[in-house]
Design a protein around this ligand. Structure first.
Ligand code: TRP
Length: 469
C-alpha cells in the first residue's frame, strides 16, 4: 500500500464499518494555516529579510516588498494550492496527472531537485542557529567586540566538526517530525511551534522598542525614501517575496495535496501571506531599533544576525537571555520550514518509489545529508578551494535555487494554471465546487495570465544576467 494512503475504518451511511483507503490530510483549519505559515516563516523572514531591507534602503524596500506580496506572492501561492489540492499528489505526480503525456512533469522534477538543494544549504544555516543558541547559553557571546564576533563566526564556519554535527542534529530533528506523518508529525508540532514563535517575537519586539533611541530604527523601517527605489531594489524585493513565501518549487503543491476538501484556498493563502509578512516586519522591529539604539549600521549583509545581533545583545541588559530567546526563535522558524521542504521529497518517494513513510523519510534525509555534509563544510580548508563562478558549494546552491530554480518554477507554475489548466476546474477548486462565492476569480486570472509571468521572467533574466536592470 502506498504510504501516503492509509487504511481507515469508516462508518458508511448504512452504519456498516468498512475499510477504506484515505490519503493523509491535515485535520483542522488551524493546522492547515500553522503548517503552511510555518513553511513560509523561516530563516527567510528573520535572517534574510532584515539584511536585505538593511542593504536596500529599509522602508523603500519594504514598500515594494508589500506590493509584490499581493501582485505575485499570493497569486503564485494560490496556483500551487489549486494544483496540489486538485491532484492530491507530489509535484511530479500532480503534473503527470493534470497534464498526461505532456512535459509539464519536468517542473515537478525540478521542484524535487530544488528541494534537495534548498534543504542542504538551509539546514546548514539552521545548524548555525543551534551553535549560536549553545554559545549564548554558555556565555560564549558575552563581552566580545565586533571583530571578536566576526572572527568567531569565521572560525566556527571553517571548523571540521561543529557545523557538521549541528547539521546532522537539525536534519535529525526535521526527519523525526516527518517520520510521524502529516497529522501526527507536521500538524501536531507546528500548531505548538507557531504560537510559541509569535510569543517569542513579541517579547523581543518589546525589548527592542523599549531601548533608548529606538525611534530612529522605526523611522528606517517605516518612512520610505522613495528615491531609494531603484531597479536593483525592486529585483531584490521580488526575489525575497518568492523565497520567503516558499513559492516556486512545489512545497505548497505538496502541502495543499493534504488540505481538507472544504478548506477555503484563498482564505488560507491570505492568512499565510499576512502571517509571513507580519513576521518579517516584526523581525525588522526587533533588529533595527536595537541596531540604531547601539549605533550599529544596519547594512551588514548576511552576518547581521550572527555577528551584529550578538554584539547588540552583549551590550544590553538581560542580553544573554534575549540572545538565547532570539536563537530559539530562529531555530523554531527554520524547523517549521525544513519539515516542509523534506516533505516534498518524502511524498515523492512514497508515491513514486512506493516506499512507506518511514523508509521514505530516512532515505530522503540520508540523501540530503550527503549534499548537506559538503555544504556544511563549504568554508572548511578541505573544500574551500572547490569553487565555481567564484562561489563555494553553499553559495552556489543558495544562488542556483533562489535565483534560478524558484523563478523558473514559479513562472511555469502560473503559466500552467493560467494558460493550460481548465478554467472550470480552477473555478471549482477556488469555490469548493460552488459552495463559496469567490468573486475575486477574474482578478486572480488576470494577474496569473499577465502580471505574474512577466514579473517572474524579469527576475529570472536578470538573475542569470541576460538583461541588466
Ligand atoms: N520560506 C522559507 C523561509 O522563508 C524557506 C522555504 C521553505 C522555501 N520552503 C521553501 C523557500 C520553498 C523556497 C521554496 O525561510
Amino acid at each position: 500500500m502506498p504510504g501516503s494512503w492509509q487504511q481507515e475504518r469508516v462508518i458508511n451511511r448504512k452504519g456498516v464499518k468498512k475499510l477504506q483507503l484515505r490519503r493523509e490530510s491535515f485535520a483542522t483549519k488551524f493546522g492547515v494555516v500553522a503548517a503552511t505559515a510555518g513553511s513560509a516563516v523561516g530563516l527567510g523572514n528573520i535572517w534574510r529579510f532584515p539584511y536585505m531591507a538593511g542593504e536596500n534602503g529599509g522602508a523603500a524596500f519594504i514598500l515594494v516588498y508589500l506590493l509584490f506580496v499581493f501582485a505575485f506572492g499570493i497569486p503564485v501561492m494560490l496556483s500551487e494550492f489549486i494544483i496540489g489540492r486538485s491532484a492530491r499528489k507530489n509535484p511530479y505526480g500532480a503534473f503527470r496527472m493534470l497534464a498526461p503525456g505532456k512535459p509539464w512533469y519536468l517542473i515537478g522534477l525540478m521542484g524535487i531537485a530544488a528541494a534537495f538543494m534548498i534543504l542542504a544549504f538551509y539546514t546548514t544555516v539552521a545548524g548555525w542557529t543551534l551553535e549560536y543558541l549553545y554559545q549564548s547559553l554558555i556565555g560564549g557571546l558575552a563581552g566580545q567586540n565586533g571583530d571578536g564576533l566576526a572572527s568567531m563566526f569565521d572560525s566556527f564556519r571553517s571548523d571540521t566538526l561543529r557545523p557538521v554535527l549541528w547539521f546532522f542534529l537539525f536534519m535529525g530533528m526535521t526527519a523525526a517530525i516527518n517520520f510521524f506523518g502529516v497529522k501526527k508529525g507536521i500538524e501536531k508540532t507546528t500548531v505548538i511551534m507557531m504560537p510559541l514563535l509569535f510569543l517569542i517575537l513579541l517579547v523581543l519586539c518589546i525589548r527592542s522598542l523599549t531601548l533608548p533611541g529606538s525611534g530612529e530604527g522605526l523611522r528606517f523601517l517605516f518612512h520610505p525614501d522613495i528615491s531609494r527605489i531603484t531597479p536593483s531594489v525592486i529585483l531584490a524585493a521580488l526575489g525575497q517575496v518568492f523565497f520567503s513565501m516558499s513559492v516556486g518549487m512545489g512545497t505548497l503543491i505538496t502541502y495543499a495535496s493534504y488540505f481538507p476538501a472544504k478548506d477555503n484556498l484563498s482564505g488560507t493563502s491570505v492568512s499565510v501571506s499576512v502571517t509571513d509578512t507580519l513576521v518579517a516586519i516584526l523581525a525588522g522591529v526587533v533588529i533595527f531599533p536595537a541596531a540604531f539604539s547601539f549605533q550599529v549600521s544596519p547594512d551588514q549583509g548576511p552576518g547581521l544576525v550572527f555577528i551584529t545581533l550578538p554584539l547588540i545583545f552583549g551590550q544590553m541588559a538581560g542580553g544573554t537571555f534575549f540572545a538565547a530567546l532570539f536563537f530559539i526563535l530562529l531555530g523554531l522558524a527554520a524547523l517549521t520550514s525544513t519539515i516542509s521542504v523534506l516533505e516534498v521529497i518524502v511524498t515523492f518517494f512514497i508515491e513514486e518509489l512506493n516506499l512507506n513513510r518511514k523508509t521514505a523519510t530516512w532515505t530522503a534525509s540520508a540523501a540530503v545529508s550527503l549534499l548537506g555534509l559538503l555544504c556544511a563544510l563549504s568554508w572548511n580548508d578541505a573544500l574551500r578551494g572547490l569553487r565555481l563562478f567564484g562561489k563555494n558549494l553553499f553559495e552556489l546552491l543558495d544562488f542556483t535555487s533562489a535565483n534560478i530554480l524558484l523563478p523558473v518554477g514559479g513562472f511555469f507554475i502560473v503559466l500552467f494554471v493560467a494558460w493550460f489548466y481548465s478554467r472550470k476546474k480552477i473555478r471549482a477548486e477556488l469555490s469548493n465546487h460552488g459552495t463559496l462565492k469567490a468573486r475575486y476569480i477574474p482578478l486572480y486570472l488576470f494577474i496569473i495570465r499577465f502580471i505574474a509571468p512577466i514579473g517572474l521572467a524579469i527576475i529570472f533574466l536578470n538573475g542569470v544576467g541576460l538583461i541588466r536592470l
